[in-house]
Design a protein around this ligand. Structure first.
Ligand code: PGA
Length: 246
């Protein structure tokens, strides 16, 4: 596991985008595994800038998102379909039929999980999977206690996740309490993983990850089973490791 520590959120975002841009520019076809949440927003802005100012084209890029809330229509402003459309897809030249997210309003959620896993296998695996990390160590919506051999599945969101995500809704009660998420095994199929973390609220999770103790109560620790993981973080997210080292 490599760790790249940047001064701040802006340089972290630029660095992550540069890694992705380099892959797209040097390959005929790129499959990206994408994440939502606050952390990758700056990276998406930097990718859009690359498209607008340097002519980076996403016409041969395919995307597979990690997760989606259950019960939110794609038009709901807090759905991850809406997020991706708004923060990335509508601002670059990616053909929309090359973008995939789990359908959180499918009639049969178990069929949807199988369908999505099949898509991951047919389109993917991602050349680069972008991950955030929850304050509780979740990756995607694989909450503490998740099975490391899990594929795409329905999950009950942890109370700490509902609380953390309430900032996007009017009240915590509006946060959907279930989601469809790629499983940890699905995530580990990716060829390369970039885990982004920014801010002091992630410093504990980053420190715990770097302790290299594999524990299903800390889902991100499953990444130690993957051969090519890079943490792209900022100084604040690194702060607890740094203070321990004196
Ligand atoms: P955040 O979420 O980027 O909004 O902090 C990350 C996560 O919960 O995985």
């Amino acid at each position: 596991m490599n760790i790249l520590v940047n001064d701040d959120y802006a340089s972290m975002s630029q660095q992550a985008a540069a890694i992705i841009e380099a892959h797209i520019c040097n390959h005929e076809r790129t499959v990206l595994g994408l994440a939502t949440g606050s952390t990758p927003l700056g990276m998406y802005e930097a990718l859009i800038e690359g498209h607008q100012t340097r002519g980076v084209s996403f016409k041969r890029t395919f995307t597979l998102n990690l997760d989606e809330y259950i019960g939110l229509q794609p038009s709901h402003p807090q759905s991850y379909h809406y997020y991706m459309q708004h923060h990335l897809f509508s601002k670059i030249d990616i053909p929309l039929h090359q973008t995939y997210l789990p359908n959180g309003t499918a009639q049969s959620l178990s069929d949807e999980c199988s369908r999505y896993e099949q898509i991951i296998d047919e389109v993917g695996p991602p050349d680069i999977q972008v991950l955030g990390i929850g304050e509780n160590g979740h990756i995607g919506f694989n909450e503490p206690g998740s099975d490391f051999s899990g594929t795409t599945h329905v999950i009950d969101l942890a109370p700490s996740t509902l609380k953390a995500n309430a900032r996007f809704f009017h009240t915590v009660d509006e946060v959907p309490n279930k989601a469809i998420t790629m499983g940890i095994q699905s995530i580990l199929k990716s060829k390369r993983i970039l885990l982004l973390a920014s801010g002091e609220n992630k410093a504990w999770a980053v420190k715990k990850l770097m302790e290299k103790i594999i524990d299903d109560q800390f889902p991100a620790s499953a990444l130690h089973h993957h051969p090519d993981v890079t943490l792209v973080i900022d100084q604040k997210a690194y702060s607890q490791i740094q203070s321990d080292r004196g």
